[in-house]
Design a protein around this ligand. Structure first.
Ligand code: SF4
Length: 450
């Protein structure tokens, strides 16, 4: 899209925003069991609806009325990006997996056998990429601290037990295993004081990232119980509190018209007033998520508290593998006061085969999108892989001494000494993840391979 068109995107218009228009909007959600109750799905064939049931029996499905009514363009289904983002599609299971589950459902396999089959299929979908269950779990006094992950020295991830769902589920979610009701696959804090105990023992931690699921599904009083103690002097080393959320897209009413919305905004303001930096790590995949007036009102209200909103999300086939979509997304974010932060690479889990984009193509899309926006919108890093050794950014394709190579950079490393190290891989236009790449220049291994 030419820049002149991008600039035509409307800005926030609080003057004509009427909160009373929202008062009738109550949160209503559909899960796999209620798929047939969604009136708009009746426009699809019986076969398509069966395919959705099959996929939704393996991968999590949850969508709310706001997404159905305000974000999906039903004239464009099934290719509509918001439909692809939230509704199961046949291709999201590999053909052999699809066939096994579809046959079982058609033949009305007994409940126990069907459950066992589904568990088997899930186990083949790499439910915990980048060694999440084995490598990042911290200990305190020799005991595993549940609900926390500590991979990078300065940042702790906290998974509050009551924040382990989302207002809707994304079909590509890399944390999908959290949502399928299997206790063995779930990471969640059992006690609210675990976080505090751990932080007391780790003065090197400056950043706490509250994540899920989506912590914004919690009532404000629960979120407050976790966050308010961190404002006291004993946690002076915690400088930044980040909250990972997609509520600005999936349920912006959380910040506008929910019963405890005002209290939530007051909590944000308190955190800022205590001298901490509060950042909402907002998950966005498409500029369409920023169009509804209520979504813009939510952004305006959050920003008024002094909190910052940083935007991140993966590059995905079927949803946003198009430079003009990213250019418009970043440009709109800047106009609404959001900082574009990351373009991620789809992780090696779940329905990855359906969404993945080769690294070289991802970089081409990133570069093309960057070229369409002004410098102020060029703050997004990317495309970046959250891999086992660390966060690796694809910096581009180049030629060195006659060898075509992919240039990469370790943005964040398991070993702090690796941070910001550049390195090179042999050119490979099919590779979709770090482990597909070979070192360039005849090297045997990358510096992080031990
Ligand atoms: S909002 Fe985030 S955690 Fe929730 S389903 Fe989407 S990607 Fe997963």
């Amino acid at each position: 899209m030419p820049k002149s068109n991008l600039l035509a995107v409307t800005s926030i218009t609080p003057d004509h925003f009427d909160i009373n228009q929202l008062s009738h909007q109550r949160f209503k959600v559909y899960t796999a069991k209620q798929l047939d109750q969604i009136p708009q799905l009746q426009q699809l064939s019986a076969e398509q609806r069966f395919e959705m049931q099959v996929v939704a029996s393996v991968l999590p499905f949850r969508v709310n009325q706001y997404v159905i009514d305000e974000l999906i363009d039903w004239q464009q289904v099934p290719t509509d990006p918001m439909f692809q983002l939230t509704f199961p599609q046949r291709g999201m299971l590999k053909p052999e997996h699809y066939q096994r589950v579809a046959d079982a459902m058609r033949n009305e396999l007994g409940a126990a056998d069907l459950k066992a089959l589904i568990s088997e299929v899930r186990a083949e979908l790499n439910p915990h990429p980048a060694g999440q269950l084995e490598h990042n779990i911290p200990k305190l006094d020799g005991e595993v601290v549940e609900g926390l992950q500590h991979k990078y020295r300065e940042t702790v991830l906290f998974f509050p037990s009551s924040g382990q769902v989302c207002h809707s589920y994304c079909t590509f979610c890399f944390r999908w295993a959290q949502f399928v009701g299997d206790k063995d696959l779930k990471i969640a804090a059992r006690e609210s004081n675990q976080l505090q105990d751990y932080l007391r023992a780790h003065p090197e931690v400056t950043d706490v990232l509250v994540t899920g699921g989506d912590p914004m599904v919690m009532k404000t009083r629960n979120l407050r119980a976790y966050l308010e103690p961190l404002l006291s002097d004993e946690f002076a080393h915690v400088r930044t509190i980040r909250i990972g959320t997609k509520a600005l897209t999936f349920w912006p009413q959380r910040f506008v018209s929910d019963d405890d919305a005002e209290d939530l905004l007051a909590l944000f303001a308190e955190i800022q007033a205590a001298g901490k930096h509060l950042a909402l790590m907002a998950h966005y995949n498409h500029w369409k998520e920023l169009e509804p007036e209520v979504a813009r009102e939510a952004i305006r209200r959050v920003r008024q508290t002094g909190a910052q909103i940083r935007a991140q999300g993966p590059l995905l086939a079927h949803i946003n593998d198009d430079a003009s979509v990213w250019a418009r997304l970043w440009q709109t974010q800047v106009e609404l006061g959001i900082i574009p932060y990351y373009m991620f690479v789809e992780r090696d889990t779940g329905a990855r085969h359906y969404f993945e984009v080769p690294l070289v193509k991802a970089w081409e899309i990133y570069r093309d999108a960057m070229q369409q926006v002004s410098g102020i919108a060029r703050t997004a890093r990317g495309p970046s892989m959250s891999s086992h050794p660390g966060k690796v950014e694809v910096q581009g394709v180049t030629e060195i001494n006659g060898e075509k190579v992919i240039a990469l950079r370790m943005i964040q490393g398991r070993n702090p000494d690796w941070v910001q190290r550049p390195f090179f891989a042999k050119y490979d236009d099919q590779a979709t993840w770090l482990n597909h790449l070979q070192p360039a220049f005849g090297e045997e291994r990358f510096f992080f391979d031990e």
